[in-house]
Design a protein around this ligand. Structure first.
Ligand SMILES: [Zn+2]
Ligand SMILES: [Zn+2]
Length: 303
């Protein structure tokens, strides 16, 4: 299985266009050793030709341009995107569908809850019907694995994760299973197993067991500290309130990862405030010591 990191940042990207936090300002004035990052999306394939996009970020055009296999050029109009899986209905994970309108119809896999949000509060499914049929919905059942015709050797298993629905969701204050999922992706030929959860608020014992059985973890790297938005003076909400488990502190992501056997541990969906973006920071050194990687745009993983 080929896994391509198209975008490794959280919502807003890095640097965020209107942000002057230490990281964003430091990146702009050249005092910070760091890489720019686009908003969260990965592509997965079993043959390197047909790709499944997981999330479609507002940065999708630049992401496709930066990864040649996405434009195989077999016909006058062509794309390597064979299917799209949505992990939730957040703006930074779904808005790219609008930029893909010229290529409709697209096959989209998502849960009932995500489909509802994207048919009401943020009606992408309705709007895009005006472009050659728009989006064909394939329902993700929460208790069932599924496969995608274009990548028959991959088996996808959804994991409902506890998280809040976006502000425009009709059930914003009433969380449902399926608002946010993680994925286990298995390659039936190689046996490689990926665990992908860019929004992971809580890790309980059953989830820990699933993570332990995976060859590569691509997990929530949004925040270093739970109160990072306050510390940096750019917001009031905690990581916990946003459905993101911070890396640092008791019960944090680093402690979770510490319990797992040696395997690839990669943080993704990194917020622009996170000190791990600074390659010279003590926090980044701490990750190196723990052999925890930080995903970057253009990173390739083979499983
Ligand atoms: Zn996000
Ligand atoms: Zn910033």
């Amino acid at each position: 299985m080929f896994v391509q990191i198209l975008g490794s940042a959280a919502g807003g990207g890095f640097p965020q266009w209107n942000c002057n936090c230490e990281n964003c300002a430091g990146f702009r004035n050249g005092s910070l050793r760091a890489q720019a990052r686009t908003q969260s999306s990965i592509a997965i394939s079993d043959d390197g030709v047909n790709w499944v996009l997981c999330n479609t970020s507002p940065d999708i055009r630049a992401q496709l341009q930066s990864f040649a296999p996405m434009q195989p050029g077999r016909a006058l109009r062509d794309t390597g995107i064979s299917a799209i899986i949505l992990m939730d209905s957040q703006i930074d994970h779904t808005t790219g569908l609008l930029m893909l309108r010229e290529g409709c119809p697209h096959q989209v896999w998502c849960t009932d809850m995500v489909h509802e949000d994207l048919s009401t509060g943020f009606p992408l499914f309705n709007m895009l019907t005006h472009w050659n049929g728009g989006l064909s919905w394939n329902r993700i059942e929460l208790d069932q694995s599924f496969s995608v015709p274009a990548c028959p050797n991959l088996r996808f298993t959804p994991l409902p994760l506890r998280s809040a629905a976006p502000p425009y969701s009709p059930h914003r204050f009433d969380p449902h299973p399926g608002d946010n999922i993680g994925l286990i992706v298995e390659d039936l030929n190689t046996g490689g197993k990926l665990f992908y959860a860019p929004g992971l608020g809580k890790v309980d014992a059953p989830l820990l067991e699933i993570m332990a059985a995976s060859d590569c973890l691509l997990v929530d790297g949004t925040l270093w500290d739970d109160d990072e938005m306050q510390r940096r003076g750019v917001g009031t909400r905690t990581g916990r309130e946003m459905g993101h488990l911070a890396q640092n502190g008791p019960g944090g992501m680093l402690e979770v990862l510490e319990q797992l056997p040696t395997q690839r541990k990669v943080l993704i969906h990194i917020n622009n405030t996170n000190p791990i973006l600074d390659e010279d920071s003590p926090q980044r050194a701490e990750l190196d010591r723990r052999e925890v990687e930080v995903a970057y745009d253009g990173m390739s993983i083979v499983l």
